[in-house]
Design a protein around this ligand. Structure first.
Ligand code: ATP
Ligand code: MG
Length: 440
């Protein structure tokens, strides 16, 4: 992508409305724009990051055996009347009427709709277990939308829903998502700790929130320090192994970890003093097992091996991609801007032409840009006629992991500089070596 043809509206000044660093940097880097309170456009740079986050989430959901579909954002109120949540949900639900005066709503979550899909076509235990997910916009009319897309009114959620014949089966489905979440957050460059959590309006009795420790987090959390160093389940994890996944779950729930709503002071005080971690955190995922809470009122049942009908046991599993993007920034930035983990960086490398219009600089940059693009790298080429200082500041701000800097003096020697955004280390090398560094 040539920067001269891209759309990346950088802000020079710090936006006054931004209270936390991720919000400030997302606005300054031209990733998002607020359209009305708590409702955002994702501009091209932000969209690229969000897509990469979603692809990692999708990859791990698929690995764990979940199946993707897409449900609508607008829902009819009928289903919610069946489950009893239409009245119970309160003011966070945006209620709308269509032209026939039929009550509709913008979905804050999808338990009812997915249960309806399930009951309309699954009739036998032989079709279980089943886990259906989508990545879709939600709307919750939050009292206090704030911190940009960290807590917005319209936001994206990956929500998965599992269906099993028995409680034991549902626990295995829960453990699959538990392990998939550990892998997902790790691939996003984050350390998320599962904590015992309150089930809120979703209901149910087994629930964990996945929390990233961050000073700007809205939750108060308490856990054992050792979680920070625990091993993440590997790529070869067998998601069909009941014992294997149970062992992962047991290990990751063996030490104290709870959010303030579930906090047990006495149990926490039993943790040796030097191993206690009491901190603030950002909730990036939440998983629930809630048994037959929806299947019973909505009549979602299957025929079991005993020939009798059984209400299915369900769970739901949410991750917030539009919250994860700022959460990653909270965890990875410096005074100059964002430092993206390679897995979600909007570009792999930025080529900075320090003197656009200078023949040798232009030729060198074009050569590198073409070679890296051809090799499948996602390259941003800063071909604008801005001052070099402005270009360096922009490259640092948007956090691309590597910069290839081509200035007249180095280029005259057939050389360029390669800068590592994270460490700041700069290395001068031949043009060919710079290309090989990224292609090889
Ligand atoms: P919170 O406690 O932060 O209000 P919640 O418990 O209501 O969230 P869930 O119903 O568990 O949220 O939703 C699943 C995931 O969706 C959350 O873990 C979070 O990552 C994301 N999410 C929820 N509400 C928002 C929001 N207002 N803005 C952005 N992401 C959100
Ligand atoms: Mg939650």
């Amino acid at each position: 992508m040539r920067l001269s043809r891209f759309f990346m509206p950088i802000l020079k000044e710090n936006p006054k409305e931004a209270e936390i660093v991720s919000h400030r940097l997302m606005l300054r880097a031209g990733m998002i724009r607020q359209q009305s309170q708590g409702i955002y456009s994702w501009l091209p740079l932000g969209k690229k990051v969000l897509d990469k986050v979603n692809n990692i989430i999708r990859d791990e959901q698929n690995r764990a055996g979940a199946i993707e579909l897409s449900m609508p954002t607008l829902q009819s109120a009928d289903l919610w009347q069946e489950s009893g949540r239409y009245d119970a949900y309160g003011k966070e639900m945006l209620r709308i009427k269509d032209r026939q005066d039929r009550p509709m709503l913008y979905g804050p979550t999808n338990e009812e709709m997915v249960t309806d899909i399930f009951r309309s076509s699954v009739k036998s235990y032989k079709d279980l277990p089943l886990n259906l997910y989508h990545i879709q916009l939600k709307f919750r009319d939050e009292i206090r939308p704030r911190f940009g897309t960290m807590r917005s009114r319209e936001f994206m959620m990956k929500d998965a829903y599992s269906f099993d014949l028995t409680r034991e089966g549902a626990e295995h489905s829960y453990n699959k998502m538990f392990a998939a979440y550990l892998r997902t957050f790790d691939r996003l460059g984050l350390r998320a700790i599962p904590m015992r959590a309150d089930t809120g309006p979703i209901g149910g009795n087994l629930s964990h929130e996945f929390i990233i420790l961050a000073d700007t987090g809205e939750s108060e959390v308490f856990c054992h320090k050792d979680f920070v160093g625990f091993d993440i389940p590997g790529e070869n994890t067998d998601f069909d192994s009941v014992e294997g996944l149970k062992a992962i779950f047991d290990k990751w729930t063996s030490l104290y970890a709870a959010t303030s709503e579930m906090h047990d002071e006495a149990a926490f005080n039993a943790v040796p003093e030097g191993e206690r971690l009491s901190a603030r955190g950002i909730e990036v995922g939440h998983i629930f097992y809630f048994g037959t809470k929806y299947s019973e009122p909505m009549g979602a049942k299957v025929q079991g091996p005993d020939g009798k009908e059984h209400f299915v046991h369900m769970g739901s599993y949410g991750i917030g991609p539009t919250r994860l993007v700022p959460a990653i920034i909270e965890a990875s930035h410096d005074d100059n801007g964002i430092i993206w983990p390679a897995s979600v960086a909007p570009f792999d490398v930025v080529v900075i032409n320090m003197k656009a219009g200078d023949q040798a600089c232009d030729d060198t940059c074009e050569l590198i840009y073409a070679a890296l693009s051809k090799a499948g790298k996602d390259v941003l080429y800063d071909d604008t006629d801005d001052r070099a200082g402005t270009k360096f500041a922009t490259a640092d701000l948007i956090g691309v992991p590597f910069q290839i800097i081509a200035g007249p003096r180095a280029v005259a020697n057939g050389e360029v500089e390669v800068k590592d955004r994270k460490t700041g280390a700069r290395e001068t090398m031949t043009i060919e070596a710079a290309i090989n560094r990224f292609v090889a």
